[in-house]
Design a binder for this molecule. Structure first.
Ligand code: MF3
Ligand code: CO
Length: 250
């Protein structure tokens, strides 16, 4: 069942979303050579708690940190640790904050110092695929219209969509119905209705779509070792343009 949020619940989700977006921005500012991934995680946790919120990911299914920090060929769910970021790395940071009974969830891939044009293009295409997708995120469309638009855009740039992980509804639980694949057929899937709150999150590989799971039980890498990027926002379906609940403040 896909929940429809009331206007009061939407206000609560706006508050969770603002904090989540600000935590992502803070993480992005910290991405530079010499910083460890656990320093980013600590700053994210501290910031979220200072806002009176709780990190959504901490202890979720046993996850040991507040942020996911995934570097280069790591696609998602990288566990922060002693890894020192290097010039030229690309760093995907995924964060969630819970406050007032609701979650925000967002992610982005950041450049560490000067990166290659190829890496920048991967980041740019991944981010833009989100915006291509949400052109269809409004009442009257169907869910997989979003999915298809993301897939078409990404594949037209020669990149691959990760299939094993998908976007999702978000609200009182971090993962609610529906699942939102980043591939699919237009005209299919549930009808979109105002009040739905969705986390749309393309995960894009520069090489093939194949992934491998690391022995830590969390980190997901590309099988071919080529790099990957991730971009995610929590959005609200309205009768007009979608509202991005995790939009950057400026
Ligand atoms: N944004 C990710 C998701 O939607 C975050 C989950 S990481 C976890 O699934 F550690 F919390 F599982
Ligand atoms: Co998510």
């Amino acid at each position: 069942m896909i929940t429809l949020k009331s206007s009061h619940e939407i206000d609560l989700m706006r508050r969770a979303g603002k904090i989540t977006a600000a935590a992502r921005a803070l993480a992005g500012e910290m991405v530079r050579p010499g910083v460890t991934t656990q320093e980013i995680d600590s700053a994210v946790e501290h910031f979220i708690r200072k806002q009176g919120a709780v990190p959504s990911f901490l202890h979720y299914n046993g996850y040991p940190a507040s942020a996911c920090v995934s570097v280069n060929d790591e696609i998602i769910h990288g566990i922060p640790g002693k890894r020192v970021l290097q010039e030229g790395d690309i760093v995907s940071v995924d964060v969630g904050a819970y406050i007032g009974g609701f979650h925000g969830d967002c992610a982005a891939t950041f450049a560490c110092g000067k990166i290659s044009p190829e890496a920048q293009d991967l980041i740019d295409v991944t981010r833009q695929s989100f915006f291509e997708g949400i052109q269809f995120a409004k009442e009257g469309h169907r869910l997989f219209d979003i999915s298809a638009a993301i897939q078409t855009y990404v594949e037209s740039h020669g990149y691959s969509i990760v299939r094993e992980y998908v976007g999702h509804g978000v609200g009182t639980a971090m993962h609610e119905a529906p699942e939102i694949p980043n591939y699919g057929h237009p005209g299919r899937g549930p009808r979109l209705l105002r009040g739905m709150t969705l986390a749309i999150e393309p995960m894009v590989n520069a090489g093939t779509a194949a992934i491998k799971q690391m022995p830590d039980g969390w980190t997901v890498k590309t099988l071919d070792g080529k790099w990957a990027a991730h971009y995610e926002n929590t959005i609200l379906i309205t009768d007009g343009e979608p509202e991005i609940l995790t939009a950057p403040a400026i």
